[in-house]
Design a protein around this ligand. Sequence first.
Ligand code: BGC
Length: 476
Amino acid sequence: MFTGKKGMAVLGLLVIASMVLTACGPAPTPEVVEKVVKETVVVKEEVQVEVTKVVEKEVVVTATPPPPAPVAKELTVYHWWTAGGEKQAMDVIFKHFSAANPDIKIVDNPVAGGGGITLKTVMQGMLAAKMPPDTFQSLSGSELKMYVDGAYLEPVDDVWKANNLDTNYPAVINKMVTFNGKKYGIPMNAHRANWLFYNVPLFEELGLEPPTNVDELITVAKTIKAQKPDVSPIALGSRDKWTAIFLFDVVLLSEGGPDVYEKFYTGQLDVATDPTIKAAFEKYKALIPYLYPYHGAKIWSDIPPLLGEGKVGMMVIGDFAAAQLVQAGYVEGKDWEAVGFPQEPEEVFLMIVDTFTRPVGIKHPEANTAWLSNLADPDTQAEFNIIKGSIAIHKDVPDTNYPDDLHQRASAAFKGKRIVPASAHGALAPQNFLSDWQDILTRFLYTGDVDAALDQTSLVMTSYDVAGQSEWYWAK
Ligand code: BGC
């Protein structure tokens, strides 16, 4: 196209030449052409362009050039710790980080949604769009593997080695962050998923003992319902669908023990025909009449206050609920208590491990290294875990760190009981399976249709190739 001064001149020449050709026939003289060029609008065009140029020059010459922007020392963090207890615990991490790195500004991006249910979706979008934050929260095990498989994470072996985590962390944690021979996350705590919380005044008034297996759970629930019709015996907040998995998991552990549990969640059982899985669904169904009737309208963090008040009798959830009860002013031993559940046929430590990552292509790699190193620090872990309800995984944090009984018992169980990665919250079962699985279980709480649930479970186990996706767990 013809643009600018030159273009206009050429265009003018062509127009004029064509006018001359048309007007004068096939034999134009050179003098006539030259004369016409000098008198045409081309001159006007040049004047206009010069005016524009002067303005541009004035701007460039007279403006004071801005100083070069300093490279911001920032750390963008994405996480899901927004509930009572969670937020306060995160503030402890920030405090330790800022004390060691006063020049790095933390850009905090909390994404509400217990267990990271919303953050997972947010992260997948950001990572796919190549807009990674400097670090984000995940869970060790299969959830972390999902990001590794997507090639979204850089290894963190440097931080792992610098903090001697092969020695300072238990081997089971090591295994849950190692994929393709490299470490892909720095964890800082272990939550126990299989606690049964209960309201102490209610149990004392009715002379109840905390149940040790699912049959006793049903008996205790029956008693509460009969004696205290206004109290819901068992509560969950299934608007967070994963809470339905927490409840199913303790039923499965009670019916089948940890071997069956691990095999089920890694696709080693034929669900359609396995008698233990069927029995677990039957027992799960038997709990339905004793559930808090509005569970579908509540999320996990709505329930602990109801338990503290005595409006519900029991709840199965991780010890992050203890953090919330404490923050709300409810006292362990007086208002509420929790026991590892089930204790039969074998009491295990069903484990969830909070972890932070180093995404590919981040803007502030040094800040990331400082962040991850802070998480591995025993002092940070000691203070963080008191508030969070979980226990530190660094061996330099002693049991005497914890002022309360629940932590002491969690720590003893972590050292003395078999550790089994929890299915929900990313540790054991593959993520795509989990998403459908929580739908199956939530629906089941309304239908109680065992055969349909078995068929659906069997189908998603096969279609997501849970066995194939879980090979990492069985690899030596
Ligand atoms: C995390 C906990 C968190 C809980 C509820 C779990 O996945 O491990 O740290 O408190 O979800 O948000």
